[in-house]
Design a protein around this ligand. Structure first.
Ligand code: Q46
Ligand code: ZN
Ligand code: ZN
Length: 324
């Protein structure tokens, strides 16, 4: 027997077991947008008078997030960071193409800011990783550092009220699980839907999709006809977070709603003071090169990455090209 939409009785396009809710295509798209708005308000992420910068990678989560924010009437610009990763699938070229087409074909008035790491700093992610890690490891550590730096810098310097990322519940739960497994109390103190801009130089970070399961964001992208890159970054393969996601998927399969309870229960217990973590309020210094806040006096970790190489351009400020 076909499952019916709870709102209109037509055939359902998706069944969400954890909410015991089945919806047709039209009502699912409405529900998804309403729920995003609810999350934004629930965690006081930003409002319509503020400008938001959405970090887009060309994947389903980030493009869907940008799409929903624009539909809701928020002042949302996109930021794409060109990492220069090929991996045999032209990963960066393809992902950039998806973002570019999202703007030109779907939201022609929207603004996409592009920072190409090689163009601005002189090396692609695999190149800087090969030089600094000497081939010992995957480039993810330097890639994460570079992306975080550029996202924060563009958001802060551009006067955006918040930097929004497309992290979904599955991402958040995998990180939370990893932090608990390794008792990373510093991270547990800060992980959540909103990371306030508590100190000068830092932008507020928000995750409006943190209550959606990955299959829900995928369903939104699919039903909205958003053309996104299916491939993951080639370096993501074999990562610990993917292993955590596989284990957690088994728990969820047997007990629908496990992930949502785990995540929201953690946030509530921390909010109510039932669990407490000491926060690291180490003194911050301005980096001598770029002026960004850094925990140790002198030069920040980002600028140190480029020290031994003469960059193609000065490290002082990312050069932006804006499309749309
Ligand atoms: S860190 Fe690593 Fe990701 Fe950078 S190199 Fe690819 S997998 S993109 S989230
Ligand atoms: Zn319906
Ligand atoms: Zn610096």
């Amino acid at each position: 027997m076909a499952i019916r939409c709870r709102k209109c009785g037509r055939e359902a396009a998706i069944m969400m077991r954890q909410h015991r809710l089945a919806l047709c295509e039209e009502h699912y798209l409405d529900w998804f947008v309403e729920q995003t708005e609810r999350t934004i308000r629930m965690f006081r992420m930003f409002d319509r008078s503020e400008r938001v910068l959405v970090a887009v990678s060309g994947g389903k989560d980030s493009l869907s997030l940008w799409d929903v924010l624009l539909r809701l009437g928020y002042q949302a610009d996109g930021l794409y960071i060109g990492l220069g990763i090929d991996g045999g699938i032209r990963y960066s070229d393809q992902s950039y193409e998806k973002c570019r087409r999202f703007v030109t074909e779907r939201w022609p008035g929207a603004c996409l800011i592009v920072v190409d790491v090689k163009e601005v700093y002189g090396e692609t992610i695999p190149e800087v990783a090969a030089r600094t890690l000497r081939g010992r490891d995957k480039p993810c550590a330097v890639c994460g550092l570079i992306k975080r730096y550029i996202m924060n810098r563009v958001a802060y310097d551009g006067g955006y009220a918040a930097l929004a990322t497309g992290h979904n519940l599955d991402d958040e739960v995998a990180v939370l699980f990893g932090n608990v497994m390794n008792w990373q109390v510093g991270y547990l103190a800060r992980q959540g839907p909103v990371l306030p801009a508590s100190r000068p130089g830092f932008a507020r970070k928000v995750k409006p999709f943190c209550r959606f399961y990955e299959r829900e964001t995928a369903a939104y992208a699919l039903l909205r006809g958003i053309d996104y890159i299916y491939d993951e970054c080639p370096y993501a393969e074999g990562s610990t977070s993917i292993a955590y996601k596989e284990w957690l998927a088994k728990l969820e399969e047997e007990r629908p709603g496990t992930k949502l309870r785990f995540y929201l229960g953690f946030l509530k217990a921390r909010e109510e003071g039932q669990i407490r973590f000491a926060t690291d309020e180490a003194e911050l210094h301005a980096c001598e090169k770029c002026g960004q806040p850094t925990s140790a006096p002198g030069i920040c970790a980002f600028c140190r990455l480029w020290e031994k190489r003469r960059p193609a351009r000065a490290v002082a400020a990312p050069v932006l090209s804006t499309e749309g």
